[in-house]
Design a protein around this ligand. Structure first.
Ligand code: ATP
Length: 216
């Protein structure tokens, strides 16, 4: 059990499949923020994209395999247990209830996701629950829609120190470890029969092959 006052970081996504872009980013962000744990939260039905090609249970299993030896990473299945469309605002609100009102709480997302923020359900409420940590990602555009840019202007901070004094409300854009891997590219490779060694954990690749995932 971690001390809630030390803060918590949550990394949401489809994880179809989980890869080293997610895992290395999660470690880097944990060290950057100085939090004891990063929680990876797979969505049940993501609101802004096609349904994943593997089932929620399979994506959850792959995440558990990927993180089973990582003490500072945990998988949280609340979006999958809740079923239905996975709205981030609801998920963050449920974490906030558990954490209490004063603990720093960080929601981590890649720049590609942040660039779509203005289309999310209750997007302007998100920074009233958590800080947003926006990770640069190789090969993805840096442009942010003007609506999001205007909204974030008074919230932007450069480093972790200011955020540790507050429970929520800041937006921090950072460049940490740059890992040029995407799940789309991995699915294409797996479909072509290419083993993506070095791009995702070997045990997850074995799971994918054993369950015949991403063949079509
Ligand atoms: P897809 O290619 O299917 O869109 P993905 O690789 O982007 O998948 P997701 O599960 O959709 O993976 O991403 C979850 C979160 O992780 C998003 O906020 C995304 O921006 C971020 N993310 C994914 N890959 C990286 C990476 N290589 N570096 C930094 N952030 C990443």
């Amino acid at each position: 059990m971690t001390n809630p006052e030390a803060g918590l970081a949550v990394f949401g996504g489809t994880f179809d499949p989980v890869h080293f872009g997610h895992l290395r980013s999660a470690s880097a962000v944990r060290d950057f923020l100085g939090v004891p744990c990063v929680k990876l939260v797979p969505s049940s039905i993501p609101p802004h994209r096609e349904n994943p090609s593997s089932t929620p249970a399979q994506r959850l299993s792959m995440l558990r395999i990927a993180t089973c030896e990582e003490e500072t990473m945990a998988v949280d299945d609340r979006e999958i247990s809740r079923q239905g469309i996975s709205y981030t605002a609801d998920t963050l609100a449920s974490f906030r209830c558990e954490l209490g009102v004063t603990a720093p709480f960080y929601f981590v997302l890649g720049i590609d996701s942040y660039a779509t923020l203005h289309r999310w359900h209750r997007w302007q409420d998100i920074a009233d629950i958590a800080h947003l940590i926006v990770l640069d990602r190789p090969g993805y555009p840096q442009e942010i829609p003007s609506e999001v840019q205007a909204w974030s202007e008074n919230r932007l901070v450069e480093g972790p120190e200011g955020m540790k004094q507050r429970a929520f409300g800041c937006v921090c854009r950072i460049t940490l470890e740059q890992v040029d891997i995407s799940a789309t590219n991995l699915r294409d490779k797996l479909k072509s029969g290419i083993r993506p060694t070095g791009e995702m954990p070997e045990k997850v690749i074995d799971f994918v092959i054993e369950h015949g995932l991403y063949c079509e």
